[in-house]
Design a protein around this ligand. Structure first.
Ligand code: FEO
Length: 396
């Protein structure tokens, strides 16, 4: 079996990165990441679709030449300019000087700005096509803000195949196979939720617009820029992206995010968890915001319908690790979640005030009476916590 062969005219020429610690210098990468790139071979012309990160340039060029038998590609299509896909561009251009770089107006402006490349550029518009010969053509669809302004997708009608850029992508390097039908994909789905919530989460509406725009195309295979190529599980992946981009929870579980300097707020977070479990909630994820990485907290908030946030007051504001979570949720315009709050303080009750304002800035819904703790929790505050958590469980 030739695992690089995706369809009649498309080959995989991407690369895995298992040395990266943090994607975008901030998101943990326990399973690495793949930079997916593809070759489309028509009767007359050859196109590279999407590039790779700078450190992988030489092996990328080797892959191209191996599959083309030494022939230079005619086009490089850039569906997304972010440097994890364009970092190797200058070396690619030097190696294949006649290769035209294809993108929309915004892409080409970024190519000039990032790499100083001004010649051999071909600007395409929404709905335009380039013929590769033998009935193979590339149709371009602009899908801005998924998740940069220049993002677009390329469709190969002959193979019913879509190059989707970051959309439908996920963290996790590929382990031998490339297409979903040839691997166990179970560990890629949680990594897709994490990828979406971390990277694309702010852009739910543009994702919805892109899904609508492409809904008329016959698509059998989706080739994203990260993670497996989707064929057999294509409808599962599209459904998941549709749900995530509508901010629809994936289950009726609850995420509890708390900060606690000396354990008092933590006692209430645990009390709330016990009350949720007693009320029959089975899927509860608890994060100490000062210990869990924001990446995993966001993934759980996108996954579960319920959210309880507990924070002490710190320097007349929120405990900073909890504030980072609240800001990330505001930034992503989080909605369709029911939220319970626990605030604590010693002399100035700022945490509850700040959390309430932050939740009200989103479209999430406060449920139950917020718990306001002064000093250490006694039986009364623990009871209030159970009442709030039970109200949340009923709202799921
Ligand atoms: Fe994979 Fe938005 O870059």
């Amino acid at each position: 079996m030739n695992v690089s062969c995706i369809s009649d005219h498309v080959h995989y020429i991407g690369l895995n990165d298992r040395t990266i610690h943090k994607f975008e210098a901030m998101w943990p990468m326990p399973y690495g990441v793949s930079y997916n790139s593809y070759l489309v071979i028509g009767e007359d012309k050859i196109a590279v679709i999407d590039g790779v990160e700078a450190g992988h340039a030489f092996r990328h060029i080797d892959h191209i030449l191996e599959i083309t038998g030494g022939r230079h590609p005619d086009y490089l299509v850039i569906n997304h300019m972010e440097p994890d896909h364009s970092g190797a561009l200058e070396l690619l251009r030097k190696t294949f000087p006649a290769m035209e770089i294809v993108g929309n107006a915004q892409t080409l402006a970024m190519i000039k700005g990032y790499y100083g490349i001004e010649n051999g550029l071909r600007q395409i518009k929404d709905g335009e096509s380039i013929d590769l010969g033998g009935g193979v053509g590339m149709d371009f669809y602009l899908t801005p803000m998924v998740h940069w302004p220049e993002t677009m997708m390329t469709y190969i009608a002959a193979d019913r195949l879509l190059f989707s850029g970051d959309a439908f992508g996920c963290f996790g390097a590929l382990c031998g196979a490339v297409v979903d039908k040839d691997m166990d994909t179970s560990h890629y789905f949680p990594e897709m939720v994490r990828y979406y919530s971390n990277i694309v989460g702010k852009y739910g509406q543009p994702v919805q617009m892109a899904l609508k725009k492409l809904s008329g195309l016959e698509i059998e295979t989706i080739c994203p820029t990260h993670g497996p190529v989707w064929h057999d599980q294509l409808s599962d992946v599209v459904d998941l992206y549709d749900k995530l981009s509508r901010y629809e929870p994936l289950d009726n579980g609850v995420t509890i995010v708390y900060g606690s300097m000396y354990g008092n707020t933590e006692v209430l977070a645990e009390e709330a968890a016990t009350a949720l479990a007693s009320a029959g909630v089975k899927n509860i994820s608890i994060h100490n915001a000062a210990v869990s990485d924001l990446s995993y907290i966001l993934a759980d908030v996108f996954r579960h319908k319920g959210l309880i946030i507990a924070s002490p007051t710190y320097s007349n504001s929120l405990f900073p690790p909890v504030r980072a979570v609240m800001e990330a949720l505001e930034n992503r315009g989080m909605k369709n979640r029911v939220v319970g709050l626990i605030g604590s303080h010693t002399w100035a009750q700022q945490a509850l005030k700040a959390m309430t304002a932050s939740v009200e800035a989103t479209s999430m819904t406060l449920v139950g009476e917020p718990v306001n703790l002064k000093h250490a929790p006694g039986a009364d505050k623990r009871a209030e916590c159970r009442v709030m958590a039970t109200a949340l469980a009923e709202a799921l």
